[in-house]
Design a protein around this ligand. Structure first.
Ligand SMILES: Cc1cc2nc3c(=O)[nH]c(=O)nc-3n(C[C@H](O)[C@H](O)[C@H](O)COP(=O)(O)OP(=O)(O)OC[C@H]3O[C@@H](n4cnc5c(N)ncnc54)[C@H](O)[C@@H]3O)c2cc1C
Length: 754
């Protein structure tokens, strides 16, 4: 091939033009940036200026022949690209000029293009056949600062806890025998209790500091040690202790809470039965008040009515048993009753039978078991009676008259556990990402024949795309969970219904995200990821069940969607016709936007990267799904379909709404949070992570947006390209981004992550 000769003025722009055209992302705003630079570049003569302008015409892009020529000019320059240069591409152009013409002026207009278009070596270094002096990681951002932003006002608690995890009892060891594993986990939990972590969420008189936000944060950090330890801790202090705290009254707190916090009493939370899991209201265990003996009799009526999967069942002496409360022949619905299941010698109490659930897919350090009750008698006082009581005269009383409302109020108090499970899932995702990224920054596979060294896994665009959006999502979900825990534990907010909707949605999308991410990280580490010593395998087994316990995700998402719908209908009912008109107005507004080709086709960087666009797109999806599902239900009901059946007919629609609402909520929370970051550099980084999350989420549901005409094919393609581009752009910072999770070094013992 004959390499076309260029004048010095044109030559210096060639690397830029090659990068821009090969990226296939040239938008009108980008063209205008380059045009402006050329117009202001007084070193160009008229001919050079005109030639460069023709190279910017989107209607007549450069031919393949021209592009090949440009590439050859670059490759034959024998100039190295130094990634650590302040303006790597402008400097590269300058050196190229030097090589061909012996003249080496630094052109500030090129620097402007580089800055304004955000061109980074990761965008183009694979395009050139030249030597590259690589920056494996950048230290532009500081992981400690990032971690401090995430820790927020819990920094002292979290730092103290992370330090405490240095104790040798928390070191990772291969444990396959469940009995030995369970004993070890029990010792860990007892030590955590001794240090005051178990009681942390209880009030001061019961040994705690009333710090639910800190409790959730340390819960996530426990996942850096072990899933079984985390879950056993959660069962003991959060579920068993939490049921006493939230469903019991002072007499129960005084009798049991401090001892539970210290793990002197070990307890379990016995809700699920073999026959009834998600449908808690349908459980069959009975708690019948016997007036004569002033006691409650707990009984498992039939086959499959036994409690099942109950965590801590083998070690506990007490259980918080959920049962149908029957007083004077009337069923008052599900209530919780404290039952002593073992005596001081650890023998089962009369009428109680317990069996081990055996080995599981994961969490084998947790002793899950089945429990049967045969006419087990406990004092009336053992009823956790905050929401429903049996008075001394043997009559039932509750301030909440509606049994439906009472049931949901009681279950609603346990929502904190759901936030913690989502946090634990997030911890699992963070740790597996940290392991995968650290491995990818050391491991090399394949090279171009001209290179001596093979390429790092992390330099493959596919690897960047597999890991970077997940890292961005971790940041968004971290902020969303901290926020929701703050709102949940705020005593000033009495009506927690909205929070329940939000938590149901977040728990679902985050635990699913965690599972997908851990699997991706396992694969990203190749065979090494499959070895137990590298710790992703355990996370995979442990985090799997997070999608099912504390509320199955499919069931929870429907709960979230119903919450959104009831907000919608109450808005409708209270404002009546006006609300309908307002909503129709919004729909028309949406329609105008969606059919407006300027909006649906807008692929300008500024628009695609703006929080305004992302928020509008997420809200639009939620609003539209809410409206259409409401109209469908209404139509079915009008036709005489019973409401239960009507809801079943729109079930998949409800799931889509639940997801859409949760993503919109998580993103909105994150955007608000970024506004509070004082330091501009870190604020920009967080905003970029938010943008990557949003574009990735929109891209995942691009088919829906395309169906709705909200985006054009071109915009859908631009979304995909922007996700890839941002993932590449964040490549130099990827090590810092996973270090920003703050996982202590002593918990990163996987050999591939050292
Ligand atoms: C390791 C482990 C630890 C546990 N610890 C405890 C504990 O300490 N205490 C306790 O009380 N329980 C515990 N559980 C039980 C857990 O909470 C239940 O497994 C969970 O509530 C789901 O119930 P299920 O297993 O009966 O599933 P099911 O309710 O039978 O669900 C099975 C499938 O059907 C789907 N499904 C069900 N209903 C619907 C619906 N309405 N619409 C659409 N799909 C639906 C679900 O999505 C799911 O995929 C534990 C379970 C495990 C495995």
């Amino acid at each position: 091939m004959v390499i076309k000769k260029y004048t010095a003025g044109v030559l210096q722009y060639i690397p830029f033009f090659y990068v821009i055209w090969s990226d296939d992302l040239l938008s009108y705003s980008e063209v205008s940036v380059v045009k402006k630079a050329i117009e202001q570049d007084k070193s160009l003569d008229k001919k050079e200026y005109e030639y460069l302008l023709t190279c910017l015409d989107k209607n007549t892009p450069p031919s393949y022949e021209v592009l090949k020529n440009w590439k050859n000019v670059i490759s034959h320059s024998q100039v190295q690209l130094i990634e650590s240069d302040t303006y790597p591409l402008a400097t590269f152009s300058q050196k190229m000029l030097c090589h061909h013409f012996g003249d080496c002026p630094f052109n500030a207009h090129l620097k402007d293009i580089e800055i304004n278009l955000g061109i980074q070596p990761n965008h183009y270094k694979h395009l050139f056949d030249i030597g590259i002096v690589e920056n494996v990681v950048s230290n532009f951002y500081n992981p400690k600062e990032i971690d401090t932003i995430l820790k927020g006002d819990q920094a002292t608690v979290i730092d103290g806890f992370r330090d405490f995890l240095k104790d040798p009892i928390f070191e990772w060891n291969l444990k396959r025998d469940k009995e030995a594993f369970r004993l070890h986990v029990l010792k860990q939990v007892q030590l955590l209790a001794k240090k005051g972590y178990g009681a942390m969420s209880y009030t001061e008189p019961y040994g705690g500091s009333n710090n639910m936000i800190g409790y959730a944060a340390i819960f996530e950090n426990m996942m850096y040690v072990d899933g079984s330890m985390t879950i056993k801790f959660g069962v003991q202090f959060g579920l068993f202790g939490g049921s006493i705290q939230k469903l019991g009254t002072k007499k129960h707190h005084d009798a049991y809470l401090s001892e539970t916090g210290k793990s002197n009493i070990l307890g379990c939370f016995a809700m699920t039965e073999t026959g009834h899991g998600s449908n808690v209201r349908g459980i069959k265990t009975t708690a019948t008040y016997d007036k004569e003996t002033d006691s409650i009799i707990i009984h498992t009526p039939g086959k499959n009515d036994n409690k099942e999967y109950i965590g801590n069942a083998l070690h506990s002496t007490m259980a918080s048993v959920f049962a149908q409360l029957i007083v004077d022949g009337k069923n008052h619905g599900v209530h919780a009753i404290l039952v002593t299941i073992r005596d001081s010698n650890h023998n089962l109490t009369p009428g109680v039978t317990i069996e081990d659930n055996g080995y599981k897919l994961g969490l084998n350090g947790v002793d899950n078991g089945k429990i049967w009750f045969h006419q087990v008698k406990v004092p009336r006082e053992n009823l956790l009676n905050k929401y429903g009581n049996i008075t001394a005269d043997g009559t039932y009383h509750s301030d909440i008259k509606n049994p439906n409302k009472r049931f949901f109020t009681m279950l609603g108090t346990l929502v904190g556990g759901r936030i913690c499970v989502a946090r634990a899932g997030l911890g699992g995702a963070k740790k597996s990402l940290a392991i995968a990224v650290k491995h990818a920054l050391q491991r090399r596979q394949f090279n171009d024949s001209i290179k001596i060294q093979e390429d790092l896994l992390m330099d493959y665009p596919s690897h960047q795309l597999r890991l970077t959006p997940a890292i961005a999502s971790c940041y968004v979900y971290d902020v969303a969970l901290t926020h929701i825990m703050k709102v949940y534990s705020d005593p000033k907010i009495e009506d927690k219904r909205k929070i329940e909707t939000q938590v149901a949605g977040l728990k679902s999308i985050i635990t699913w995200f965690a599972n997908d991410t851990i699997q991706e990280c396992r694969e990203a580490c190749g065979g090494k990821g499959y070895l137990l010593e590298n710790q992703i395998a355990d996370l995979k087994g442990d985090v799997d069940i997070f999608t099912t316990f504390e509320g199955d995700n499919h069931v929870l998402l429907q709960l979230a969607a119903k919450g959104v719908l009831s907000d919608f209908t109450s808005e409708f009912n209270s404002a009546g016709f006006v609300a309908v008109l307002k909503l129709l107005g919004e729909r028309i507004g949406d329609k105008i936007n969606t059919i407006n080709p300027t909006y649906t086709n807008n692929v300008d960087t500024a628009h695609l990267y703006s929080a305004k666009f992302h928020t509008h797109a997420f809200d639009y999806r939620t609003r539209r799904l809410t409206y259409t599902v409401a109209m469908r239900i209404k139509d079915y009901i009008k036709k005489g379909v019973p409401s239960y059946q009507a809801f079943l007919k729109v079930q998949t629609h409800l799931l889509a709404l639940g997801k859409a609402y949760s993503v919109a909520f998580a993103y909105a929370t994150f955007v608000d949070f970024t506004e509070t970051i004082v330091d501009q550099k870190n604020k920009t980084l967080f905003q970029k992570l938010g943008t990557l999350y949003a574009l990735h989420e929109l891209r995942k549901d691009a088919s829906w947006y395309l169906e709705q005409g909200y985006i054009s094919g071109t915009k859908s393609k631009a979304l995909r390209q922007r996700v890839e581009r941002l993932s590449t752009e964040l490549r130099p910072h990827i090590g810092v981004l996973v270090d920003g999770f703050g996982i202590p070094k002593h918990c990163m013992q996987a050999p591939i992550a050292k």
